[in-house]
Design a protein around this ligand. Structure first.
Ligand code: NAD
Length: 358
């Protein structure tokens, strides 16, 4: 595994007042310069290396503001040298109103003086980081030589998941299903040139037939049952992405009882993940322990493994760290004048006054 050192920030004080900003347009330029699959592969190394140094991070469940329509969340973390946070929403009804279900932006800052060093869009970046994280988990949990993935829920995250699993896991077939055929059609068209064998399916049951990996990535602000117990054969890996809020799950409880469950950060997943359906003391394994070699991932061919993904702050930190490292290489950013920085740090008022006179 490649360990990527935390970026060092040796800039002169005057240069620190300008903050690099990656707009949606520049994020797309960065992703297209690298190629989406390659970008996720590189990002996955940052995610994996940050999970491997788990102890160095401040960790807290995200701060969530729930409403009838959805949720707005702040996801902070720090490794002692760099601080990061993401602002993200989740509004399942948005799609029908012509808005994204999930949008996000984020910040990295120096811990030593508190100055931001990156402001970035994170709607595209979240899709990349979620898929890269899923693929990292599957590297340790999915059956070896997995070839076929069922992809249930063909919305915004779908193609990113398919490409990350192709690039990082080597899958060659994706079986698509969505209750909205237009979503499946969109995903199939977007993946047509990927080299993946794309199979469109008529139900979840149809989609999981013969799959080594099952990804659920649906959006509904309720406890849904996308998969029932009878649909899950022995030996599969389930990558459950969509259940990521209190009262929002995708799997029937009986599947959880047959699975070995792997989670990001238990205090957050107990509230938000599939395991909110289980007692507080139901055993789970933390993904970082598997990556750090402190716990075993897949143990046997007939084991059902479940990555109960909700998305954790360190993954966004890793993704932002990856993007920060692309700035000098690609030049795809602008500088924002977002920090007031008078020559005499105490003379903030004087700076305002001089600007008026000028
Ligand atoms: P989206 O709204 O773009 O797509 C969701 C798709 O699910 C839609 O096409 C919808 O038709 C489909 N769907 C809904 N119910 C279904 C059902 N019963 N069977 C099959 N398909 C169904 O949303 P998105 O941006 O792709 O996100 C999907 C989910 O993933 C959301 O719940 C989001 O909160 C979650 N998410 C999780 C993470 C994470 O880190 N775990 C990260 C990003 C998004």
């Amino acid at each position: 595994m490649k360990h990527t050192a935390t970026t060092s920030f040796n800039l002169a004080p005057s240069a620190l007042a300008m903050v690099p900003f990656v707009s949606v347009e520049n994020m797309m330029r960065i992703v297209n310069t690298l190629g989406p699959a390659n970008a996720m592969q590189q990002m996955s190394q940052y995610i994996e290396s940050d999970f491997a140094r788990w102890d160095q991070f401040d960790k807290t469940p995200r701060v969530a503001a729930h409403s009838r329509e959805g949720v707005i969340e702040l996801m902070p973390t720090s490794d002692g040298e760099t601080y990061g946070f993401k602002y993200v929403n989740g509004h399942p009804a948005n799609m029908a109103r012509g808005f994204q279900t999930v949008t996000a932006f984020g910040v990295l800052a120096r811990v030593d003086n508190g100055y931001p060093i990156l402001l970035s869009e994170m709607t595209v970046l979240t899709a990349l980081r979620t898929a890269a994280t899923s693929a990292v988990a599957a590297k340790y949990l999915a059956p070896p030589q997995s070839q076929t993935m069922a992809m249930i829920g063909n919305g915004a995250q779908c193609e990113f998941q398919a490409l990350a699993f192709q690039q990082i896991l080597g899958i060659n077939t994706v079986r698509l299903f969505d209750i909205d055929p237009a979503a499946t059609k969109k995903a199939a068209a977007n993946l047509a040139a990927s080299g993946l064998n794309i199979v469109t399916c008529t139900s979840s049951q149809d989609a999981v037939a013969g799959a080594d990996i099952i990804t659920t990535c649906t959006a509904d602000k309720q406890c849904a049952t996308i998969l029932t117990d009878n649909m899950i054969g022995s030996g599969v890996h389930i990558n459950a992405i969509g259940g990521d809020c209190p009262g929002k799950t995708e799997l029937h409880r009986d599947i959880l009882l047959r699975s070995d469950i792997f989670v990001e950060f238990p205090p957050q997943t107990r509230i938000e993940g599939e395991i909110q359906q289980l007692p507080e003391d139901h055993p789970v394994t933390e993904l970082w322990q598997v990556i750090a070699g402190k716990a075993q991932g897949r143990k046997s061919a007939d084991q059902i493994t479940l990555f109960d993904s909700v998305g954790f702050a360190t993954e966004d930190f890793s993704a932002l760290r990856f993007i920060h490292d692309q700035l000098a290489r690609t030049g795809h950013f602008v500088e924002l004048d977002m920090l007031a920085d008078p020559d005499d740090p105490r003379d903030l008022f004087g700076m305002v006054k001089r600007a008026q006179n000028a």
